[in-house]
Design a protein around this ligand. Structure first.
Ligand code: DGJ
Length: 746
């Protein structure tokens, strides 16, 4: 097997990070800055590549040395560039100094290599289980004029074949430094012959896949909303023009950050591509006094020479092994019933107990009481911040109710939205200054609520104590749905001086992580499901605390195909909350069968969110069977390798397929979804990837067998013969139909 290692040339001028599949090479340029040489398919370890790097002379460029016309930063691929001394492309760092200059010149100082990896100080980070599983290279650079140190960190996770980058700046001088930009990573590719893939969307249309060829100039995916957002996820990929799900070169980049982010590619006039990712520099500035430092979030770099599926699988496994809390990463997450779409705000204790009783009957394991249980919350205009039980609705109180539910043999979970405050609340009356704001500006509402100022440690402390108190007093809480229903406006804090106001968006995110960290440390047994008006904060920062995230408020099974398919580009299916809701669907009024709704939701963390009390016995029976089936297959679904087989974004009818394959490749489940019926042509054979070529697989429920090679190359025909063997002929007629095929090695 290819050995993963970091090679440093004898003269300590070239650094070659070598994963199982990739090489990443950079070196020290003759002006002392860092040059980027290569990121791509693995190279030989023995070569010194930078010795062969050659720079052409181009007219009309500015050069660093008077006697060397070829050494222009305008053209030379760099590792962590800055603006102001002949490079006119986007910088990775920008520092405003007291004299008004923003020029930096960070020159190589030294390097260190060690086994293991350091954690970031105030931001979530990836971790290792054993130091020897990873190796870290730290490059120290110094700018002697401004007296600052820059540290670039590269951790190679050997088994996962993933590279993690981050950067840190330290002010060693007596003068203040305003950090305007400190990106997590920057890479200059010699070619721009790639397509950019981003995950874009809106409320109820999260993480749809968008792909476009790179063009000259700047292209980006970013957020200014204070949160990672539904609009543009902090993930993007570059793929070669011929790459697809199964073949071709793909580079994936994901930022472990839940606030304003940017991923950008600048194709320069020489058709080189500068690829960068980090905290969005728009409206950002961070003041560093003597001795202060600022760290960037981690950027996760994944290379695949086997298409998008391989890239996604590397991200999935990596997050499960090195980001998501180990207690939750690979465990059977409870099947839940949530009362939101069953009742919205209109419930009382009897209704909840009735729902819980039926939840137990159908085999669910956890009952979640959603929004509306606290303060005077009978609609969304009031009470956020007043986290005590509404006894008019729940006379037994939260403790009494949860005890009753637990006595039924269910776990109990609760909804909170800790970062928010209603104008109409006791908390707002008491602490109007605790809201994000600028004194002279009107406060903007979103869903009738304001955002608490989490940049202020006193606010974080208050929320922490209030929620801790709630958990302790209720006793039976084992799950929390942590919601966040609006984006940030008037991002200012009354607890900071004006010169710090551009730090607030970032300080907010750090405060939110602090809150998550305090609560998860104090209550490690509580499973937290992240949520933000659906999947508005579905990012790897949240996954560091919360192994599952509510994927979307859109519970329509057909819409979910695109949402879950797109989300799987970067995030494991075990991180996606996926619920069966009622029909007609509340968001779209679309009618789909219980089977189709179930067949989509089982490829995620399964839940039910509909009024069980209004269902006929036949449907309850059907749900019971779905749950039983899920329990039998849950390990395979949540821990298996996920493959996207057919994209809802391609073709005319949106038909979709995906699969999970067990680690030993003996078991596979394939979900096939026919979105629109057609009368004119048979769908092409469905090719099933990831099985052992020479193994014989039995299609459960039939007498059919296939070998792995056949399944991958010839594929399987979803025809009436197959459907009749599975007794699904009638079920599969018309629009919005689905089947799940189960293969077992003989
Ligand atoms: C938005 C969430 O996404 C929903 O599931 C639900 O919890 C509501 N908020 C409650 O206000």
């Amino acid at each position: 097997m290819n050995e993963s290692k970091i090679y440093v040339s004898k003269d300590a001028k070239e650094f070659h990070i070598m994963g199982k599949d990739f090489s990443y090479v950079f070196y020290i340029l003759k002006n002392g800055q860092l040059g980027h040489l290569y990121y791509g398919k693995r190279l030989n370890p023995s070569n010194i590549y930078s010795q062969k790097a050659y720079y052409e002379t181009y007219g009309n460029t500015c050069t660093v040395f008077e006697n060397d016309e070829s050494f222009s930063l305008d053209i030379i691929p760099q590792e962590y560039p800055s603006y102001g001394t002949s490079d006119y492309r986007q910088p990775a760092i920008e520092v405003i100094q007291e004299d008004g200059s923003h020029i930096t010149d960070f020159k190589y100082d030294s390097y260190t290599i060690y086994e293991g990896k350091k954690q970031l100080y105030k931001l979530p980070s990836t971790f290792v289980h054993k130091d020897k599983d990873s190796i870290t290279l730290e490059i120290k650079l110094k700018d002697y004029i401004i007296n600052a140190t820059l540290i670039l960190s590269y951790t190679l996770f050997k088994e996962s074949d993933v590279l993690v980058r981050s950067s840190k700046i330290i002010n060693n001088g007596n003068k203040d430094l305003q950090i305007k930009r400190l990106l997590s990573m920057s890479i200059d590719f010699k070619s721009s012959n790639y397509e950019m893939l981003t995950l874009t969307g809106s409320w109820t249309r999260e993480r749809h896949i968008q792909t476009y060829p790179l063009h000259k100039g700047l292209q980006s995916t970013s957020s200014t909303r204070g949160t990672s957002s539904t609009a543009f996820n902090p993930f993007f990929a570059l793929k070669d023009n011929l790459a697809n799900e199964h073949t071709g070169e793909v580079y994936g980049f994901n930022l472990i950050y839940s606030g304003n982010h940017i991923g950008q590619v600048e194709v320069d006039t020489f058709l080189q591509a500068r690829v960068q990712q980090g905290i969005n520099y728009f409206n950002f500035s961070f003041l560093l006094k003597k001795g202060d430092e600022l760290e960037s979030p981690e950027s996760i770099l994944v290379y695949s020479c086997n298409g998008l599926n391989k890239m996604s699988q590397k991200f999935h496994k990596f997050y499960l092994n090195h980001l998501i809390p180990p207690k939750w990463a690979n465990c059977a997450r409870p099947i839940l019933v949530n009362n939101w779409e069953a009742t919205y705000f209109d419930f009382n204790e009897d209704k909840i107990l009735e729902l819980a009783g039926l939840s137990k009957k159908i085999g669910a394991e956890l009952f979640v009481l959603d929004d509306g249980w606290f303060g005077k919350r009978n609609n969304d205009k009031t009470s956020l911040g007043d986290w005590y039980c509404n006894l008019d609705k729940i006379p037994s109180g939260l403790k009494g109710l949860s005890e009753k539910i637990c006595n039924m043999g269910l776990d109990f979970g609760i909804w909170i939205e800790p970062e928010m405050i209603s104008k109409e609340s006791e908390l707002f009356k008491k602490y109007p200054n605790w809201v994000l704001q600028f004194k002279n500006r009107k406060l903007t509402t979103g869903r009738n609520q304001y955002v608490l100022d989490l940049s202020n440690p006193a606010v974080v402390k208050h929320i922490y104590e209030t929620i801790s108190d709630l958990i302790i007093k209720t006793e039976y809480i084992s799950y929390i749905k942590w919601d966040f229903n609006r984006t940030l406006t008037e991002v200012g804090s009354l607890s900071f001086e004006p010169k710090h106001q551009q730090e607030i968006a970032h300080r907010y995110v750090m405060g939110m992580y602090e809150l998550y960290s305090l609560l998860t440390k104090k209550f490690p047994h509580i499973l937290i499901e992240g949520c933000a008006a659906g999947g508005g904060r579905f990012d790897s920062g949240i996954l560091a605390y919360s192994p599952q995230i509510w994927t979307s408020d859109n519970t329509d099974a057909i819409e979910r195909l695109k949402i879950q398919y797109g989300t799987s580009i970067c995030y494991p299916i075990s991180s996606m909350g996926a619920h069966v809701s009622t029909t007609p669907n509340h968001q779209l009024n679309r009618l789909t069968s219980l089977k189709t709704r179930g067949d989509v939701a089982v490829f995620g963390v399964l839940g039910y969110e509909l009024d069980l009390t209004s269902l006929p016995d036949s449907e309850l029976e059907c749900i019971k069977k779905q749950i039983k089936w899920y329990k039998e297959h849950r390990k395979l679904i949540l821990e298996g390798t996920f493959y996207r087989l057919k994209s809802p974004f391609d073709g005319v009818n949106g038909n979709t397929a995906w699969s999970v394959v067990s680690e030993d490749k003996n078991n596979a489940l394939v979900g096939y979804y026919k979105v629109l019926e057609n009368t004119t042509h048979l769908p092409p054979n469905l090719k099933i990837y990831g099985l052992k070529p020479d193994k014989i697989y039995h299609l459960i429920g039939t007498n059919l067998t296939f070998d792995g090679l056949e399944l991958e190359n010839l594929g399987i025909e979803i025809n009436s013969n197959l459907l009749s063997k599975l007794a699904l002929i009638e079920d599969f007629k018309g629009d919005f139909k689905s089947i799940i095929l189960e293969f077992k090695a003989k």
